[in-house]
Design a protein around this ligand. Structure first.
Ligand SMILES: Cc1cc2nc3c(=O)[nH]c(=O)nc-3n(C[C@H](O)[C@H](O)[C@H](O)COP(=O)(O)OP(=O)(O)OC[C@H]3O[C@@H](n4cnc5c(N)ncnc54)[C@H](O)[C@@H]3O)c2cc1C
Ligand SMILES: NC(=O)c1ccc[n+]([C@@H]2O[C@H](COP(=O)([O-])OP(=O)(O)OC[C@H]3O[C@@H](n4cnc5c(N)ncnc54)[C@H](O)[C@@H]3O)[C@@H](O)[C@H]2O)c1
Length: 474
């Protein structure tokens, strides 16, 4: 007989979303059962954000060594020990893992069950030898790499994000399918660690991003020697001697490229197959579990958060979802998820960061806009660091309401946060331009971009007459 547990909240999946939901609920003294069938921490910790950023960090060091001469420092070509790089990546994951561990969550008062969960009733989930009848359920089962139905793909070996970080060798010629954030980050990491890299993208690379910023990044990646082929409709992938051949069509012509290795980064599929959602009356599609703006599913007892909803596949979005669900489930507050000011960053070098609307989206919605820019080359710190490529771009209404911001350049992911705060709290351009930023910092660029909105007023003849008049009084 399975043992019956009756917690207030049962969370399925211990990735970014599930861990946040469980930790917040437990902090309020609520009884929580958390069910996880794989490694604690989910994708972000084990096969996503953390290992990819650790690999990029290693690659950046190799690049900086090659690039050091412009600072007057001569060091030759770096030797890359791929096994040691893989150990570094695993070491970073291991250093963070205790935060997400069973022990830590037990310490927070959460009961963790290491097993696969499935609904057997609208309010009962089964996992291992337990039946969990909870007041509320939170599904946070995430997403898995999408494997496209491309002919002959089953005859060639390929990596996905679930396997690439275990690689301990140089991949001489890497072909990456998909030019989204995962494809481009891993393209640059491998290029800098000694691979020849070709990215084959069906449409536009980084298509969610502002066109001007994504073009800037693509030019920089191409300057580094990464080939990025856009608008490539892949027709087949086949073995070619010991190598792999990708055949694709572009503008009516057929091309083929060969490589030693293949990585698939063509998007995500929600993980729902084993949950037996039908038994709980939970509606879903191939995009994900359908939720209301309060993240409730078609079963009122059950919420869904993070990647499995197919809304926004980002760790901080999953964390944000968790906070919304806890407000709803514990405090009965009518909290709604607002995705319009969730920032997103691609951690290439240079980084590309956005919040709010891109220029095209804002133009379609608002018509005339004020576009404010400030280049890194006009920032003293960027000059000192020799990081002069890139720019800040702010998209505002003609009346000065901030509609979006994008930054491409060094530390864009850090710099975007001021704009996120401004948009989330309704802070005006006027307030942004009156911030006193420490000198010399890259953040000064944010202020300078905002100041551009007011620059025409310095030429205003009326203001100039007043200044001239005031100058007469000592
Ligand atoms: C290469 C790569 C890099 C990324 N980099 C970033 C980044 O820099 N920044 C960022 O914000 N996002 C990044 N992401 C996206 C980020 O990893 C995801 O958005 C995030 O992990 C989603 O969290 P989640 O909780 O929804 O799901 P997950 O983290 O996938 O967790 C779901 C968990 O549920 C478990 N599970 C599934 N089914 C069951 C079941 N039936 N029973 C029990 N357990 C189950 C799984 O084992 C898993 O542990 C990256 C993704 C990839 C692929
Ligand atoms: N820095 C970050 O925050 C970060 C980094 C990596 C991944 N992620 C998240 O993880 C998720 C997965 O990332 P991703 O880049 O794999 O997915 P994605 O959906 O963002 O991009 C996939 C790309 O593959 C292309 N594509 C689809 N089918 C193709 C085919 N058959 N041939 C060639 N190209 C094809 C698409 O046009 C798209 O540009 C994303 O939602 C992303 O937000 C975030």
């Amino acid at each position: 007989m399975p043992q019956l547990l009756t917690p207030d909240i049962c969370v399925i999946g211990a990735g970014s979303g599930g861990l946040s939901a469980a930790a917040i609920a437990a902090a309020f003294g609520v009884s929580v059962v958390l069910i996880e069938r794989g490694p604690m921490g989910g994708e972000c910790l084990n096969t996503g954000c953390v290992p990819s950023k650790a690999l990029l960090a290693a690659a950046k060091r190799a690049h900086q060594i090659r690039d050091a001469e412009k600072f007057g420092i001569r060091v030759g070509n770096p030797g890359i020990d791929h096994k040691a790089v893989a150990e570094h990546v695993a070491g970073v994951v291991a250093a963070i893992a205790p935060n997400d561990s069973v022990e830590r969550f037990n310490g927070l008062g959460v009961d963790v069950i290491k097993a696969s969960a499935r609904f057997v009733d609208p309010d009962i989930v089964e996992a291992a030898d337990y039946q969990i009848k909870a007041r509320r359920f939170v599904i946070a089962t995430g997403s898995a790499p999408l494997i496209p139905p491309i002919p002959v793909l089953d005859r060639v070996p390929f990596f996905t994000n679930e396997t690439i970080f275990q690689n301990t060798h140089r991949l001489p010629q890497l072909i990456i399918l998909g030019g989204g954030p995962a494809g481009l980050e891993l393209a640059q990491a491998h290029k800098r660690l000694g691979s020849e890299v070709t990215v084959v993208e069906a449409g536009k690379a980084l298509s969610r991003d502002d066109d001007e910023l994504r073009q800037y990044l693509l030019n920089r990646l191409r300057d580094e020697g990464i080939r990025v082929q856009e608008n490539a409709r892949v027709e087949r992938i086949e073995p070619f001697g010991n190598n792999i051949r990708v055949v694709f069509a572009n503008l009516g012509r057929t091309y083929s490229i060969e490589g030693t290795h293949l990585l698939l980064a063509v998007g995500r599929a929600p993980v729902v197959a084993d949950l037996n959602l039908e038994a709980a009356g939970i509606d879903y599609s191939e995009r994900g579990i359908q939720v209301t703006s309060g993240l409730r599913t078609s079963n009122k007892r059950v919420y869904a958060i993070g990647d499995v909803t197919g809304e926004v596949n980002l760790t901080h979005a999953a964390n944000y979802h968790a906070s919304i669900v806890i407000k709803n489930a514990l405090f009965r507050l009518p909290a709604k998820a607002d995705h319009s000011t969730i920032p997103w960053v691609t951690f290439t070098d240079p980084e590309v960061a956005h919040v709010g609307l891109t220029e095209d989206a804002a133009r379609a919605r608002y018509g005339k806009l004020a576009i404010l820019r400030w280049p890194y080359a006009e920032n003293d710190r960027a000059q000192a660091e020799r990081e002069t490529g890139g720019f800040v771009k702010v998209i505002a209404s003609r009346r000065g309401k901030i509609l979006g911001a994008g930054i491409v350049g060094a530390q864009a992911g850090e710099l975007i946060q001021m704009w996120s705060l401004a948009m989330q709290k309704g802070i005006s351009l006027k307030a942004m331009q009156s911030i006193v930023s420490p000198y010399p910092t890259l953040s000064e660029m944010n202020k300078r971009a905002a100041l551009n909105y007011f620059a025409p007023s310095a030429q205003n003849p009326f203001l100039r007459r007043i200044i001239a008049l005031l100058a007469k009084f000592r």
